[in-house]
Design a protein around this ligand. Sequence first.
Ligand SMILES: C[S@@+](CC[C@H](N)C(=O)[O-])C[C@H]1O[C@@H](n2cnc3c(N)ncnc32)[C@H](O)[C@@H]1O
Length: 251
Amino acid sequence: MDNTNEVKKNFGQRAYEYRLSSTHGNPKDLDRMIGLIDPNFNDDVLDVATGAGHTAIALAKFAKKVTAIDITPEMLAEAKIASIQDGISNITFRTENVHNLNISDGQFDIVASRFAVHHFSDVRNALREMCRVLKPGGKLYILDCSVVDGDESEKVINRIELLRDSSHQYSYSPRLWNQLLQDLPLTIVHASLLQSEYKLPVWFDRMGTSQSNREEIFKLLNNLSSECKVNYPFGNDYITTYRYELLATKN
Ligand SMILES: C[S@@+](CC[C@H](N)C(=O)[O-])C[C@H]1O[C@@H](n2cnc3c(N)ncnc32)[C@H](O)[C@@H]1O
């Protein structure tokens, strides 16, 4: 289902919070990304769904130039502010929808996207587009919210994510990622599932989650089976989450 309006509304209202987000701006995560991608000063980079620009800015420090695209103009405006504050001048910002990129084939040495795939309404098409604009031998880096393999976690954790953010589409488990990647012209270099935490209430506040949805989320967590609960410890001030991280090269 097309969620363009929902994405633009939710992120349009929250763009400033995303610029300040310590989750998206976490220096340890960004350093790990740079270490994995290993960009160089000849690289032409595309950052898909740049949000408030954390990924684009981190990559711009090690690359020739970065094109940062997003569907939400308010997010791009915050990304521009962040890049100016960081003294970065090799990023071009453009409004684009990942499902239909206005970019010719094989343009980029690196295509990166963090914390965004779970919003894409047609993930197979979005991934095909990201591969299409990569040069042969180019690198695709993806980091996104994920869930542990299993029918229950895939269903309930996605329900929780949707209660928190109405533009959420789907967080894929590693087994579902394997299916998504199967038909793409890619060689997987690195794939891992990382356990992490969402701090509360910051995670709710960033998306303006209603009180009733917050309560519903805790109900769902309390009702998880014991096998599933082991993977999802939580408290009043945190929820456990997972991230899927991928580095692949285009064949
Ligand atoms: C959490 S933010 C991204 C964070 C950012 N990549 C980072 O590393 O900090 C998610 C972004 O995805 C964008 N987005 C969602 N659907 C999109 C689409 N179809 N095309 C382009 N951008 C999209 C939203 O506008 C939002 O800015």
